[in-house]
Structures are given as structure tokens and as C-alpha cells.
Design a protein around this ligand. Structure first.
Ligand code: ZN
Ligand code: ZN
Length: 257
């Protein structure tokens, strides 16, 4: 009896600690009461569709990218398993090729294995995130159930992740974690970067977790700035923004040449 109580107590305690820590993970705007938001419907033929789902207590953004025409899809950062996403994939009869992780922190990865099981998608992460995925201390999944994730493939800077007619280009942007990566999508009508916990609306990710480093993160922000295209930013937490807006208004870009 005491043991059961202690277990429950430990789970509750972990949850409280986790909530307190992750309220601080990203100083970004989480003001949104909606859990999920479907992004705009494409009018153009053969354009990538994007649905955003806000998951976990830390309100991580999970993005489902898909092609209505050839039914290929990929999922970015499933912080937890979510029935609504799975039903949508099934309803649309999407073939989810990849589960792509911007980095290996728990609020972006815990849904990866269950989604893989359901869809057969391959889990992909930067090669430097392997040590996070396999270590509940480094991924901080130990606040829950000591989950680990085994990636099926690792990418590095410049790699292309292709699904159907679309591709995402990997930009390695370390600083929040060693292998943090952004994914660039470009078409005639859309220029997008999925930035994970590297860059948010008005702020940036923390650099005091394992493998994080302020100067490295600044160098990564500079790398994004050097792209010189006004990409729409789909961050790992909070609302979307644009690269131009962040360069002009984000305090971490202030004074950066
Ligand atoms: Zn993170
Ligand atoms: Zn996060």
C-alpha cells in the first residue's frame, strides 16, 4: 500500500518538477488556449500541406507535413502520441515516411516510437542527438518513464529528407543541444524553416541544458540570418514568425552583423 502511494507520489512529484522546468524551457509565447491548429489550406496544386498540433504540457509544436496528391507525409517532433493526429493520417490515407526530430529533448520525441509503430515511418535525427535519444538523463524523459528512442537514420548538415515530391534540407544549428537542426522547405509559394528550439517568436531556446552553449547558439542564429531569404519560421514552441521579423526585433539578434 505504502509502495503504491509512494509510486503515485513520485509520478506526481516528477510531473510538478517537469512542469516547473519546462515553463522555463522557452520563454516564447504559449498564450494560445487552443491545443491544435490546422494551418491554411493550399490553393495551389502540388503544394505541401502543414498541420500544426500543440502537444505535451510544454506545448511543443508537432507538424504534420503531407502531400494531398501522392499521400506522402512526414511528422516533425511528436512530443507525445496523439490520437487526433493518427486519425487524421488514417482518414487521409497518408503514407508517413519519416518522423523527423529537430532535437532529442523529451517534449519533442516521446511520441516518436508509438507513431513509428502505427505508421511504419522511419525515425530520423541528427547524428549528434543519438546520445540524447538513448539517454533519459540527456533527453530528460526521466521525468516520465525513462523513455528512449532509437532512430533509424541519422542526418547531418546539408542532407535532404525527401518524401513524395517534397524535400526538407537540414541545417545543423547547435547551441540548444549538440545536434539541434532546422529543416528548410522551399517551393515557389512557400519558404519555410522549422526551427525546433533554436529560434522562437521574440526569443531563443535555452542553452543551459546538457550540450547547450550560448556562443554556439549565437553562431547558429547567425547562420540562419545569412540565408538572406525571408522565411516563415515554424518554431518548436509558440506561434510562427518570419526570419526578417526576428532579425529586426528579436533581442538575441540585436547588434549581430
Ligand atoms: Zn529542447
Ligand atoms: Zn522544446
Amino acid at each position: 500500500m505504502i509502495k503504491i502511494f509512494m509510486n503515485k507520489f513520485m509520478i506526481a512529484a516528477r510531473f510538478v518538477i517537469f512542469s516547473a522546468i519546462f515553463a522555463l524551457v522557452c520563454a516564447g509565447c504559449f498564450g494560445c488556449g487552443e491545443k491544435r491548429e490546422k494551418t491554411e489550406k493550399n490553393k495551389e496544386e502540388n503544394e505541401m500541406e502543414i498541420s500544426r498540433y500543440i502537444l505535451t504540457e510544454s506545448q511543443s509544436n508537432c507538424y504534420l507535413l503531407y502531400d494531398e496528391k501522392n499521400k506522402k507525409a512526414c511528422l516533425i517532433d511528436p512530443g507525445e502520441y496523439d490520437e487526433e493526429i493518427m486519425s487524421f493520417i488514417e482518414e487521409k490515407e497518408l503514407d508517413c515516411k519519416y518522423i523527423i526530430l529537430t532535437h532529442g529533448h523529451f517534449d519533442h520525441i516521446i511520441g516518436a516510437e508509438p507513431f513509428k509503430e502505427k505508421t511504419g515511418a522511419k525515425i530520423a535525427a541528427h547524428e549528434l542527438e543519438e546520445e540524447y535519444l538513448s539517454d533519459p538523463g540527456k533527453s530528460m524523459t526521466f521525468y516520465f518513464a525513462d523513455e528512449t528512442v532509437s532512430a533509424d537514420m541519422f542526418f547531418k548538415d546539408g542532407d535532404l529528407i525527401e518524401f513524395g515530391d517534397f524535400s526538407l534540407r537540414v541545417i545543423h544549428t547547435p547551441g540548444h543541444s549538440k545536434g539541434s537542426s532546422c529543416f528548410v522547405y522551399e517551393s515557389e509559394n512557400k519558404k519555410i524553416i522549422f526551427t525546433g528550439d533554436t529560434l522562437f517568436l521574440g526569443t531563443i531556446g535555452r542553452y543551459d541544458f546538457y550540450g547547450g552553449d550560448h556562443d554556439t547558439l549565437m553562431a547558429s542564429l547567425k547562420k540562419l540570418k545569412s540565408l538572406k531569404i525571408d522565411y516563415t519560421i515554424y518554431p518548436g514552441h509558440g506561434d510562427k514568425t518570419t526570419l526578417e521579423y526576428e532579425i529586426a526585433h528579436n533581442p538575441y539578434y540585436a547588434g549581430m552583423r
